[in-house]
Design a protein around this ligand. Structure first.
Ligand SMILES: Nc1ncnc2c1ncn2[C@@H]1O[C@H](COP(=O)(O)OP(=O)(O)OP(=O)(O)O)[C@@H](O)[C@H]1O
Ligand SMILES: [Mg+2]
Length: 346
């Protein structure tokens, strides 16, 4: 399929393949599903693997091919295998809005860390490699701690590596906050004017000195046999009127907040690159009331003006009629996509 710049609307009844299509675009962007599905789950039942491919038309064309099966994985860029993920990341920038976003508020701290990490990986060339280094060091360290008598020099080596890479990870996350937080606060204001005040707070697991605090945790580490201090335990606190949104927020507030975080992500990417990311909007618009939809529209307008791309799914019942103009409609039915009716009855 070929998608010109603009606003693409995928209409279809439930279980026809709309999300599937958005997932393919997101997969090429981040090599992951946004539904929280593992790679094995994305393989069509009865098949061995999956393939997703595309041509990115921006400054010069780039050809991307991603194949995955339990036995063989390959990612190709312009006919050559990609050896380092960090070299691929950032080529296709996408932000997804979907019902799973609610986990950003309700879910474990790891969901919020992943949100920060993805944004940093999308915008800072070295971040992904750094994060991978840190994760490897923690894993190796934890494996050692599980042994009855960990080899001291090895433990020391991985500890050094973890302190070095972990310190940088924390610094990157800390530096991101003053740029990201105001964007999220603004977005929240736009969707819910006159509502409670939003505050984002980076709460690192390390309070002052990583090395000292790690040393202080040694006793507990020995009992629990894993690394207890470090950026793998960081939290991004979300507060509405100074109270935890997860604990005190209403369902509507949580949903609004989740969208605001994603809008901030899109806005941040736009500023960093000077061009908007691909917006993938799955089932979200139809669920919003008119006021919240109103807060969302400027982002879509901005994407339109910058000749960006928006991919949005809706069922035939719930698609927002005020978006009628300039839409490119597609009809999704039993796994096939075809151009939709040009002028459907309003
Ligand atoms: N691994 C798989 N292999 C085969 N079919 C699958 C697989 N995973 C999901 N499906 C099916 O694919 C179909 C399309 O799913 P998809 O989520 O894209 O639908 P949708 O059009 O977004 O529907 P909705 O409006 O309900 O969100 C569903 O019937 C789903 O059960
Ligand atoms: Mg769907």
């Amino acid at each position: 399929m070929e998608f010109i710049p603009g606003f693409h609307l995928f209409l279809g009844q439930n279980a026809q393949g709309k999300t599937n299509l958005l997932e393919a675009v997101y997969l090429l962007s981040t090599l992951r599903s946004f539904r929280g599905a593992g790679h094995a789950q994305m393989v069509r039942q009865g098949q061995e693997g999956f393939f997703a491919g595309g041509t990115v038309v921006e400054q010069g064309n780039h050809e991307v091919k991603f194949y995955w099966s339990s036995r063989k994985k390959s990612l190709g860029l312009d006919g050559r295998p990609v050896r380092k993920l960090s070299e691929y990341f950032g080529l296709i920038q996408a932000v997804v809005f979907c019902t799973e976003d609610l986990q950003l508020i309700k879910g474990a701290a790891s969901v919020r860390r992943r949100f920060l990490d993805l944004l940093l990986a999308q915008t800072q060339p070295g971040y992904l490699a750094l994060l991978q280094r840190f994760a490897r060091a923690v894993r190796a360290r934890n494996a050692l701690l599980k042994q009855p008598r960990p080899d001291a020099p090895s433990l020391e080596g991985f500890t050094r590596e973890m302190l070095a890479s972990g310190g940088q990870v924390m610094q990157c996350r800390r530096d991101l906050m003053p740029q990201l937080a105001p964007l999220a606060v603004d977005a929240y204001q736009r969707i819910a004017p006159d509502a409670e005040a939003l505050r984002l707070e980076y709460q690192p697991s390390v309070k002052a000195d990583f090395e000292v605090e790690l040393a202080q945790s040694r006793q507990r580490e020995r009992v629990l046999r894993s690394t207890l201090v470090g950026p793998h335990r960081d939290e991004l606190r979300l507060l509405l009127n100074d109270r935890s949104a997860a604990q005190y927020g209403s369902e509507g507030q949580k949903r609004t907040l989740a969208i605001a975080l994603k809008m901030a992500q899109a806005e941040y990417l736009t500023r960093r690159r000077g061009a908007p990311p691909i917006l993938l909007i799955d089932d979200v618009m139809g669920e919003l009331d008119a006021r919240r939809r109103g807060g969302f529209l400027p982002l879509l307008e901005q994407a339109r003006h910058a000749r960006g791309q928006v991919f949005m799914t809706c069922t035939e019942e719930n698609w927002p009629r005020e978006l009628s103009r300039d839409l490119i409609r597609w009809e999704v039915k039993t796994g096939t996509v075809k151009p939709g009716a040009a002028n459907p009855a309003r």
